[in-house]
Design a protein around this ligand. Structure first.
Ligand code: ADP
Ligand code: MG
Length: 428
């Protein structure tokens, strides 16, 4: 991918935007870009530098993302809405072409890593509540103030804030940024030994400010104390607006990552803000249990979409006929009575029962959590609560719940499988 139209190769201490930003270390990459920790010499702080591939379609995608991120930043000057902030953007020309670059605030690791780090056991419910409040606050801002639908909410796209204070004040953290490459080579290249040493230093620096390396961002301490995540600051922000759209200006019919996809998207019945609320409920369940809520798989005689619809109905009850037959894709999956054509036998397993039987929730915890989630998983999108309404839900403010150590002691040994794996599905 490091060829014409592809990624831009970055070396340590490379300069960007006329020397303002200095590359420190690679933080991650996606299909479209590589992301670097960079030092901003203007503000003396660390930032995340996202460098897009240079081919036309990637430039197009980056322009769209910058457009969305700019409107997010413009309406949130104090950066208090729990959504990623765009700091700057510019073009950078390299051997592979011209790359659009986005400068973003530097954040910690994703909720996906937090879940993994906790060995897929599920987080304590009080942590789940905290995370939910931040995500809902971010969603309410996007939906009600900006009219933006994220369309790809999932644990990977929510990043912990835990590095941010240190990143703002590198002096206090005792880490000095690497500002230039050592001299001595006429080509500007450095010997591999120096390169290695510099890289090691950069890695140590990032590990120090972010807790990256062997653990989740900013929670090195937690790692030392036996994977106890109680001490983690769980403020988090919504990121990745590459697929976002405006409610009145949509681009794609097929949106969302499979497991977080709402029924109206599968049925091609149109979507709006409420489609993010469905994904949000899936995320909340995953945080609390360590398992994805729906993990559909195609099988003999039925497709992944059909399994997905069946799983939804097994958990939530039969889809109302009007909704089942109401989408452009409905005829492929449902007969005119609103029954699945190729999956005839459903095994109902309601949410509160699932939480008790499989995840060893107390009856009380299970009922309260289910009461919070079920309205968000309404088959009728317009009946789902908005992010703002959801923020008022009593579950978010209740204190008592069974500590999850107790839950997990008795819980079954999990091997990372969703509930769908427990059933044998037979197509017609
Ligand atoms: P793409 O659009 O190419 O998928 P992403 O925006 O998802 O790129 O970023 C790729 C990876 O870079 C992320 O998974 C994450 O690990 C890292 N990353 C992105 N933004 C930040 C940030 N603001 N702070 C820290 N790491 C980030
Ligand atoms: Mg991505």
């Amino acid at each position: 991918s490091y060829r014409k139209g592809g990624y831009h190769a970055v070396r340590l201490a490379d300069q960007f935007a006329g020397g303002r930003y200095i590359a420190q270390r690679k933080l991650g990459w996606g299909q479209f870009s590589t992301v670097w920790l960079a030092y901003d010499t203007n503000t003396s702080s660390y930032v995340a530098l996202k460098i897009q591939k240079s081919a036309a379609q990637f430039v197009q995608a980056a322009l769209h993302e910058i457009d969305v991120l700019s409107s997010i930043a413009d309406s949130d000057p104090t950066n208090s809405k729990f959504v990623i902030q765009l700091i700057d953007h510019f073009k950078h020309t390299g051997p592979n072409g011209q790359h659009l670059c986005m400068v973003l605030e530097f954040l910690g690791d994703s909720l996906l890593r937090l879940i993994r780090y906790n060995r897929y056991k599920g987080l304590p419910l009080n942590k789940v509540r905290e995370i939910c409040k931040y995500v809902l606050t971010g969603l309410d801002y996007l939906h009600s103030e900006l009219g933006i639908i994220h369309t790809d909410l999932k644990p990977e796209n929510i990043l912990l804030c835990s590095t941010i204070d240190l990143a703002k004040d590198p002096c206090r953290s005792g880490i000095s940024p690497i500002l230039e490459r050592p001299e001595g080579n006429p080509n500007g290249a450095v010997t591999s030994l120096i390169e290695k040493r510099l890289k090691r230093r950069a890695r140590r620096a990032v590990a120090k400010i972010s807790g990256r390396r062997s653990s989740v961002g900013g929670i090195v301490e937690a790692a030392k104390t036996g994977r106890n995540i109680d001490g983690i600051d769980v403020r988090c922000k919504i990121v990745d607006f590459g697929n976002a759209c405006w409610a009145d200006k949509q681009f794609a019919e097929e949106i969302q990552t499979r497991q977080y996809r709402a029924p109206e998207v599968i049925l091609k019945a149109g979507y709006s803000f409420s489609t993010d609320m469905w994904s949000f409920a899936c995320i909340a369940f995953e945080l609390a249990t360590g398992d994805m809520l729906f993990t559909p798989k195609g099988g003999q005689g039925f497709s992944e979409d059909e399994d997905h619809l069946a799983l939804m109905m097994e958990l939530l009850g039969k889809m109302p006929r009007k909704i089942a037959i109401g989408g452009a894709q409905s005829k492929d999956y449902f007969d005119r009575h609103g029954d699945l054509k190729r999956i005839r036998r459903l095994k109902f397993w309601p949410l509160d029962k699932l939480l008790i039987d499989r995840y060893k929730f107390s009856v009380n915890d299970a009922q309260e959590f289910a009461e919070f989630l079920l309205p968000l998983l309404d088959f009728a999108p317009e009946k789902r609560p908005t992010a703002r309404e959801c923020l008022q839900h009593p579950w978010l403010n209740c204190k008592e719940s069974t500590p999850n150590e107790i839950r997990n002691e008795s819980s079954v040994e999990k091997v990372g499988v969703g509930m769908s794996n427990l059933k044998i599905r037979v197509g017609k």
